[in-house]
Design a protein around this ligand. Structure first.
Ligand code: G2I
Length: 460
């Protein structure tokens, strides 16, 4: 029942091609009282989340595989089919058939799709491996633009950049041909992805970023904080969460998720698998995600153990003959017993402290709003920056008059009243408090032509 509703909502979201529409669909589904779902997808939906899996196109002809896929999951990530070597095997020649098999299967089942991945040092086709400097930078940006444009409206979330930080204690960027094109390659990729598919959520995705005390985790955190402060278009962070004996689950995982969420991004568990599939550990991961309001979904990296890239570690929820493992029961129970949190995240950052939020007195110095518009034929994205005046503010309202013919289709980081003509926007729970002289960004997508927008800001 719930699953059917999720699927209807997801189809509506596809029709509107909007993340905001999907979020609205999910919000409508948030129940006042919990009821126990009987599948991972249905139970996650009860909690306003999705439950996904990596899918390999060549397994879609395996009936046992698709039976579990269609029954249990409401989000899919192509395991390899959207990687650079798969989608642009020769420079300028794009190949989408395997990826499209997965997307069309997902659409037929009302599942959403996470795109993985637009820019990565690994799985580059030979032609790209041999490039460097500005030619490589240009080729990378063209790849991002072409692929995100091709799938525009069909991908709820893109992993824009994957695995760009080094392992170990350096906290440095990973050395790669992409990194050697200049440190700004990551933000350049995000800007290109936003321009190509303004309705998709854009994620940075990495592994070994689960432990809050690790240098790599802190380095990614600092990058995301910097991106948010400078308006680089990043919406979410993916935690791959490949847990094994060398890189085990740690109890500060929840702190990691909530600390990133407090930066104003969504967080997602994107490639979960656990060596030995401990039911206790799987349950902890689910509970941690449910405890963080902005953790909007979990994806396991394959369905049956035999489908896993680490099959010998039997890390998944179904065994090789398709039976549910104890870890499956633990995940389902955790999804059914978890609580729906309210913003802001319950677990603020502990170590190291990062600008802990304080409640400022009511703002006396008002606020200003500025807007930048990315217009294309028939639609636009408006990014609005709210800046507090000479004192901190506790909340903001921005009025924007839209020209006739302009209709809002989705929005992020703001609550909306009205979608044509006079529109009014207020802060969401996590971005109302803005320090003196500090700024927060939100935005919306609309059909039509923006013209000149003149936002008016008032503060609380
Ligand atoms: O390595 C695990 C994951 C780490 N995070 C990023 C993910 O994209 C990555 O997924 C794995 C896939 O599960 C593997 O299936 O990425 C590997 C490398 O892209 C994938 O392995 C590749 C093999 O290297 C290829 O030889 C093979 O042709 O899978 C391909 C398709 O089976």
């Amino acid at each position: 029942m719930r699953n059917a509703k999720w699927k209807a909502a997801t189809r509506a979201a596809f029709a509107l091609t909007g993340v905001g529409a999907l979020a609205a669909g999910m919000a409508m589904l948030l129940p006042g009282t919990a009821s126990a779902g009987t599948t991972l997808g249905a139970s996650a939906t009860e909690k306003g989340r999705y439950f996904g899996t990596a899918v390999a196109a060549n397994r879609l002809s395996d009936g046992a595989y698709t039976t579990i896929l269609n029954r249990e999951f409401n989000s899919v990530t192509p395991e390899n089919e959207m990687k650079i070597d798969a989608t642009e095997p020769q420079q300028g020649q794009f190949s989408y058939s395997s990826a499209e098999r997965i997307v069309s299967h997902a659409r037929s089942q009302g599942m959403s799709v996470r795109g993985h991945t637009l820019a990565w040092h690994s799985q580059q086709p030979g032609w790209m491996q041999n490039m460097s400097g500005s030619a490589l930078r240009q080729a990378m940006l063209n790849h991002v633009t072409q692929v995100a444009t091709h799938f525009r409206g069909q991908i709820v979330t893109w992993d824009v950049v994957n695995e760009a930080f080094a392992d170990g204690s350096s906290g440095a960027r990973r050395d790669s041909n992409l990194q050697r094109t200049g440190n700004d390659w990551i933000e350049a990729a995000f800007r290109a992805a936003r321009a190509a598919d303004p309705g998709a959520k854009l994620c940075y995705n990495d592994y070994n970023t689960d432990n809050w005390t690790h240098a790599k985790t802190q380095a990614v955190y600092n990058m995301v904080r910097d991106f948010k402060s400078r308006g680089v278009p990043i919406d979410c962070v993916g935690f791959q969460s490949h847990f094994n004996n060398d890189s085990p689950y740690v109890s500060n995982y929840r702190t990691t998720l909530s600390s990133f969420a407090a930066l104003g991004v969504d967080v997602q568990v994107t490639e979960l698998d656990i060596q030995g599939a401990s039911a206790t550990t799987y349950r902890s991961v689910v509970e941690d995600c449910l405890a963080v309001a902005r953790c909007n979904g979990i994806t396991v990296w394959g369905i049956r153990d035999s489908d896993s890239w680490r099959a010998s570690q039997t890390p998944l929820l179904f065994n090789s003959n398709g039976s549910k493992k104890p870890a499956y029961d633990a995940v389902l129970a955790a999804l059914n017993n978890g609580t729906t949190p309210t913003d802001p995240p319950t677990d603020p950052p502990t170590d190291p402290p990062t600008d802990p939020p304080t409640t400022p007195p009511p703002g006396q110095g008002g606020c200003t709003a500025t807007v930048s518009v990315n217009q294309w034929t028939g639609g636009f994205v408006a990014t609005v920056k709210v800046t507090a005046g000479s004192s901190a503010i506790n909340g903001w309202t921005v009025g924007i008059a839209l020209p006739s013919g302009a209709t809002v289709t989705n929005a992020w980081n703001a609550n909306r009243s009205g979608n044509t003509g006079s529109t009014s926007w207020t802060n969401v729970a996590y971005n109302g408090q803005v320090g003196a002289g500090q700024a927060t960004e939100w935005g919306f997508q609309a059909n039509g032509t923006a013209g000149t927008l003149s936002p008016a800001c008032s503060a609380r």
